[in-house]
Design a protein around this ligand. Structure first.
Ligand code: TRP
Length: 357
């Protein structure tokens, strides 16, 4: 069986470090392992419109930013096809057929969609496009017969929904589609990075993110202003590391090497946590340490970003080429799907032959 990797992001702004640990990092690992037949990263503009219908400019403005984020972290366009969802019209056609294989109640049970409906105040009146975006996501995945999907945990319900659609389609029309499997981060703290403010989720709309494109100054202000342990008032007080986003970020980003470089009093995070919990370590000290680590991580990404911002034509061509390549493959799958569904009237005169019998 071929190994086809596919994943994507909604272009509603720049990508943040939650995206990085949740999924981008795994994409880099998979890319560098090189054990795949094809690799796609989709900029999901059509999906982004399902809850931004009245704000197409936001989506349009984010396309290049997201593409530059990918390239800046090290996604290599000679190994990965980056493409734009709305340019692949086969995806909408596939969605239309898959909609027949899913019930409204099944979509309403999707925990991620449920949560998003609440967050967006859609309870009273849900846009149909929004409720059905998991079906369109099944089209994104199956159009390329993708079976390896590096995503954050919030996307698990979409992958499960896709598997159900694949099974239902194959049972009803014949074996055409391929069931996908998710690839999650190895380190569980990376499943969902909290916001700077201690909110459970880092999210653009809450304004509590560290972006991959943040400058030195922006990063410093954000880290130094982070929410920590509210009970840790004096340096001597015992501190709490659980539900303390500074420590969660350290869990996600710090390695022993960082201690050697920036905090040689301690060998590793376990030691530092013990000392903080015991009392005697100020939050400013920990935040400075976190800042060093994150800044060291973002520094080369910033450099790469600068290069791409000065070579936008290159980015444009990468997107165009990736989209053309993706389009050819989606056409091929759509033809197979329509053949399986007997929606191929004018390929030859078989329709007439059948009628005469
Ligand atoms: N739903 C994903 C997100 O919000 C984006 C996405 C769209 C996606 N289509 C996909 C992810 C297909 C994986 C596979 O980030």
């Amino acid at each position: 069986m071929k190994k086809i990797i596919l994943t994507g992001d909604r272009p509603t702004g720049c990508l943040h470090i939650g995206h990085y640990v949740g999924s981008l990092k795994n994409r880099l690992i998979l890319q560098n392992q090189g054990d795949y037949d094809d690799f796609f990263i989709m900029i999901a503009d059509a999906q982004a419109l399902t809850d931004n219908a009245s704000n197409p400019k936001k989506i349009r403005d984010s396309i290049l930013n997201v593409a530059i984020d990918y390239l800046s972290i090290g996604i290599d366009p000679s190994k990965v096809h980056i493409f734009i969802q709305s340019e692949i019209k086969e995806l909408t056609e596939l969605t239309f057929y898959y909609l027949n294989l899913v019930t409204v109640s099944r979509l309403q049970r999707n925990p991620t969609v449920k949560q998003e409906i609440k967050l967006r105040g859609f309870e009273e009146s849900i846009p149909v496009g929004f409720l059905t975006y998991p079906v369109s996501q099944a089209a994104d995945i199956t159009a390329f017969k993708a079976n390896i999907i590096p995503v954050g945990v919030d996307q698990l319900p979409m992958i499960e929904q896709t598997r159900e659609i694949v099974r239902s389609f194959n049972r009803t029309y014949g074996e055409v589609l391929v069931e996908p499997e998710e690839v999650l981060p190895e380190n569980e703290v990376c499943f969902r990075l909290p916001g700077l403010d201690g909110n459970a989720k880092m999210s653009k709309s809450l304004g509590n993110c560290i972006y991959l494109s943040d400058s030195y100054e922006q990063l410093k202000t954000k880290v130094m202003g982070m929410y920590t342990d509210p009970l840790h008032l004096k340096v001597e007080d015992p501190g709490h590391t659980a539900n303390n986003p500074v420590f969660t970020y350290l869990d996600a980003f710090a390695c022993d090497e960082d201690f050697k470089k920036y905090y040689p009093e301690f060998k590793n995070l376990d030691e530092l946590k013990k000392a903080y919990e015991h009392g005697g370590i100020g939050d400013v000290k920990i935040k400075k340490f976190l800042f060093e680590i994150l800044n060291n991580f973002l520094e080369p990404i910033r450099e790469n970003r600068k290069y791409y911002e000065e070579h936008l034509d290159e980015v444009y061509e990468i997107l165009k080429e990736g989209t053309m390549y993706a389009s050819t493959l989606a056409q091929k799958t759509l033809t197979e799907v329509k053949n399986a569904m007997k929606l191929n009237y004018f390929d030859n005169k078989q329709l007439l032959e059948e009628f005469k019998k």
